[in-house]
Design a protein. Structure first.
Length: 126
């Protein structure tokens, strides 16, 4: 027997003999989608906050540099490093957000694939 045929028979067996198991795994896929959506919302909030912090820090840095040009005895500011750190961190979070969006789309469009993955994980096949 080919692997695809064995897999097809396993899926049909689970759907017919244990439909509750199939539905439990299917619901679990949508729980995973909901968790990813919540994580995306939190990431969006963090990204907005970090960009605002970065912009504020850069504004303070520019003001300090302008003051330094006018008065050579003015103290310098290191807010430029804080702004760069905030923007880089926000950029990393944007990349993570894109990965989560990809996961959400995949799970929402084809939940049966992930149900099959969980079933195979349950029986120990990889």
């Amino acid at each position: 027997m080919e692997w695809e045929q064995v897999l097809g028979e396993l899926i049909e067996f689970v759907k017919s003999a244990a439909p509750q198991l199939w539905e439990i795994y299917r619901r679990q896929v949508f729980v995973g989608v909901a968790q990813c959506v919540l994580a995306c919302i939190l990431l969006i909030i963090a990204i907005v906050v970090l960009f605002r912090i970065g912009s504020s820090a850069m504004k303070r840095y520019r003001e300090a540099e302008e003051e330094k040009r006018r008065n050579r005895y003015a103290s310098t500011s290191s807010d430029d490093i804080g702004a760069i750190f905030a923007w880089v961190t926000a950029g990393v979070l944007v990349a993570l957000l894109l990965v989560l969006f990809n996961s959400i789309i995949g799970r929402a469009i084809n939940p049966d694939y992930y149900v099959i993955q969980m079933l195979l994980g349950t029986i120990g096949a990889r």
